[in-house]
Design a protein around this ligand. Structure first.
Ligand SMILES: Cc1cc2nc3c(=O)[nH]c(=O)nc-3n(C[C@H](O)[C@H](O)[C@H](O)COP(=O)(O)OP(=O)(O)OC[C@H]3O[C@@H](n4cnc5c(N)ncnc54)[C@H](O)[C@@H]3O)c2cc1C
Length: 167
């Protein structure tokens, strides 16, 4: 009979250790988008907290900390989600705050902008907000979505990967 490995205590987990441990869960990268206060120019924010919740009705959530996107979605009630392709890694840096290049191009849908040439996009209406510590879970119903064939951008152990690449 094998002896179980010692597990750390369930309380008092070091935040740096937690961050490294949770980064073992590979995700894709998405950009949450909405229109600014005037309803014309688009704003985007990189996330990897995007997840699907239910099929009926089709629902998703994103977990957002306080900031401009949080405020805009709280006010407007709608947002877009664009799933990035492996060729759009620079978009992830741009919408995480680097803003170091010319803005990526947007496509205006029914209610919100999404990113041009993304792998998949969703147009979402917020149905509930759940405050959890310093983040808010925005639960939303998907009102429109579509996808193309292609390869996603992957995020694992705090690094970007392309499917099929060795590193
Ligand atoms: C791979 C990756 C995945 C990410 N996933 C997520 C995710 O799932 N969820 C998430 O929330 N972020 C995530 N981020 C970080 C996020 O993309 C950046 O923080 C982005 O700049 C936030 O955009 P914003 O317009 O909302 O923030 P801005 O308004 O531009 O503010 C920038 C930052 O300032 C701080 N700030 C601004 N206003 C306030 C305020 N009133 N109170 C407290 N702090 C404030 C916040 O830290 C905020 O993120 C991710 C980043 C990367 C690279």
């Amino acid at each position: 009979m094998s002896v179980p490995e010692a597990t750390p205590a369930m309380d008092g987990v070091d935040p740096v250790h937690f961050r490294k441990t949770v980064s073992c869960f590979a995700t894709g990268i998405a950009v949450v988008t909405c229109s600014d206060d005037n309803g014309d120019s688009p704003h985007g924010m990189t996330v990897n907290s995007f997840t699907s919740i239910s099929l009926s009705p089709p629902s998703i959530l994103v977990s957002l900390k306080a900031g401009r996107m949080h405020r805009l979605i709280s006010t407007g009630g709608w947002f877009g989600v664009s799933v990035l392709t492996h060729a759009q890694q620079q978009h992830s840096a741009y919408f995480a705050g680097s803003r170091g290049e010319e803005s990526p191009a947007f496509v205006f849908r029914h209610r919100v902008p999404t990113l041009r040439d993304c792998l998949a996009w969703f147009e979402c209406e917020v149905t509930s907000r759940i405050q959890v510590h310093d983040h808010t879970l925005f639960v939303a119903q998907v009102m429109n979505c579509d996808f193309v064939s292609g390869k996603p951008l992957l995020f694992y152990s705090s690094q970007y990967f392309s499917p099929g690449a060795d590193s």
